[in-house]
Design a protein around this ligand. Sequence first.
Ligand code: ATP
Ligand code: MG
Length: 146
Amino acid sequence: MQKTLILLKPDAVQKSLIGQILTRFEQKGYKVIGLKMMQMSEELVNEHYDFLMDKPFFPNIKSYMTSSPIVALALEGTEVIKGVRMLCGATNPAEAGPGTIRGDFAKNIDNNIIHSSDSEETAEKELARFFKSEELFDYSCLLYTS
Ligand code: ATP
Ligand code: MG
């Protein structure tokens, strides 16, 4: 089954949106297999967004991502990587559709509430970056059983 890594960025935590965002994923039927609150270090931001290091907005990403704790979330489900990105909406909240997480809650591209992995290869790397193997759980989900 496909897995993905989600980060509820500092503004999601500071605006008390953790529960509402988690509910959207649970309602979609994705299984929570890992969950933790943590403070990102500058080193971890460098590693996570290394492909953006040369961009002029990289210093903003660094101060934003370290400005308060984040919540890291691992989800499992059929086609969960694409499904979560659809629920999140476009990178730029101005272009994110109504009803999407960014469309509903995010302010602008510098403060866009949420990260999610964009491919199976990325998801595998990102899950290992944020969770030790013993922090990811295998259990039976009762959602669809009577
Ligand atoms: P994320 O990786 O955070 O899920 P994404 O996959 O939608 O977002 P990426 O292209 O991977 O988009 O960009 C990573 C992050 O870098 C974005 O979420 C945003 O915070 C920031 N970013 C990307 N492009 C810009 C931009 N043009 N101006 C400012 N910030 C940007
Ligand atoms: Mg991305």
